[in-house]
Design a protein around this ligand. Structure first.
Ligand code: NAP
Ligand code: FE
Length: 369
């Protein structure tokens, strides 16, 4: 038995924001949630504010979201949205602002009060009474697929890690994919985020929740992204290539909405939390060894995935190495400590091969020492 849910309308192509004002305007008063620079640098913020102004929609630009947003930052954004009195949100940016926007949409209409039925951390239980504000997404990185997932991944200092919440009401109503907004991404950000998208497609394709629907989409996403391995190495992109890479990342989001992610993601979070390694790079450092172990139990699936990418597993591992220069050093003690948390993650239950804490330590060691 399997099911398939993806309620987000996806509009793809150059100028899709300015040519679809009715799809973008989901209410009467808007808060734009974006990163400190991505809204401006990508050009997406200018397109959005022009459309809102042409249609006399009052708006507030909330450009305070940092990388790997904390739950506190999102609760603060919710307070600003409540005080401003907006009835819809537009998220612009990489996965950080897009995930923060989902949490802000919840907090905007569910004030967290300590000691009440809804405290700040209850967002992870999903027990909010009011339906989150409607949201439109404009990704400015081609990676997380947050525009088509019901997940929001927040930094939680209380547990020294990142934690996700998932709720069907935080799917974006609409997502706009325009390659102009990712054309000027710094090369290393483009690589890290593309590798995050590859990780979603590969983990989703091989984990225990994979279904015929998610497999079909994952293979297409791998085929699209695989065509641009050379561009990712060399850094030569066009608007059309960028739009294709956005589409592949969105397909990755659709896949993990059905399947979730597995140990690559849950083990990667510690690398980001403790060493500030960008999310996609953290996944990429662990992905090759994950695929080697998956090949031992699902050889045909790994072969199919590699064929779709247009590379052998060894070539893919060499690609990851070339695209992910990492000079961070690790020691055995910290890897052991991280494995204690990582083995408790819910993603472990869908890992295609049996895995214990010692296996996770071995994977960390093999990939990082
Ligand atoms: P990000 O943290 O959103 O952004 C990384 C950097 O890129 C930031 O410095 C940002 O600048 C900059 N940037 C973004 N777009 C740009 C552009 N067009 N031009 C120039 N600079 C730009 O990175 P991300 O990899 O996209 O997102 C990672 C987050 O997503 C993590 O928290 C991860 O856990 C989460 N995630 C979520 C899902 C999901 O399903 N929801 C899945 C995977 C990952 P500014 O900060 O200055 O704006
Ligand atoms: Fe990811």
């Amino acid at each position: 038995m399997f099911n398939y849910l993806m309620p987000t309308k996806v509009i793809v192509g150059e100028n899709c924001v300015s040519e679809n004002p009715k799809e973008l305007i989901l209410g009467t008063k808007c808060m734009i949630v974006t990163g400190r620079t991505s809204g401006l640098k990508s050009g997406a913020l200018g397109c959005v504010t022009s459309v809102l102004e042409e249609n006399n929609i009052e708006y507030l630009v909330y450009d305070c979201i940092g990388n790997n947003p904390t739950i506190e930052e999102c609760a603060e954004g919710g307070k600003v949205a409540r005080e401003f009195g907006c009835d819809f949100l537009i998220g612009i940016g990489g996965g950080s602002p897009l995930d923060a926007c989902k949490a802000i949409a919840v907090y905007a209409v569910n004030e967290p009060i300590e000691g009440s039925a809804f405290e700040m951390h209850d967002i992870f239980k999903g027990n909010f009474a009011n339906k989150p504000l409607p949201m439109a997404a404009i990704p400015t990185t081609a990676g997380t697929g947050s525009e088509t997932t019901p997940y929001s991944i927040l930094t939680l200092h209380k547990i020294n890690n990142k934690q996700s919440f998932s709720h069907p009401d935080v799917f974006y109503k609409v997502a706009f994919l325009d390659g102009r907004y990712t054309l000027n991404l710094p090369l290393q950000v483009a690589r890290n985020t593309a590798i995050d998208a590859m990780s979603h497609l590969l983990e989703g394709f091989t984990d225990k929740k994979a279904s015929p629907a998610s497999d079909y989409i994952a293979l297409e996403g791998l085929r699209v992204i695989g065509k641009y391995a050379d561009n990712l190495k060399k850094g030569n992109f066009t608007i059309d290539i960028c739009t294709d890479l956005l589409w592949a990342a969105t397909l990755g989001g659709i896949v993990i909405s059905q399947t979730g992610t597995t140990i690559v993601h849950s083990m990667g979070y510690a690398l980001t939390y403790y060493k500030d390694i960008p999310h996609g790079m953290a996944n990429g450092l662990l992905l090759g060894e994950y695929l080697e172990r998956t090949k031992a139990v699902l050889p045909e699936k790994v072969d199919k995935a590699m064929a779709a990418l247009g590379m052998s597993l060894n070539e893919f591992k060499a690609f990851l190495k070339e695209c992910l220069p990492c000079d961070v050093t690790f020691n055995e003690q910290e890897l052991i400590k991280w494995s204690e948390t990582a083995i408790k993650a819910k993603n472990v239950s869908v890992c295609p091969f049996d895995i214990t804490q010692s296996d996770e330590i071995e994977i960390y060691k093999k990939c990082l020492l």
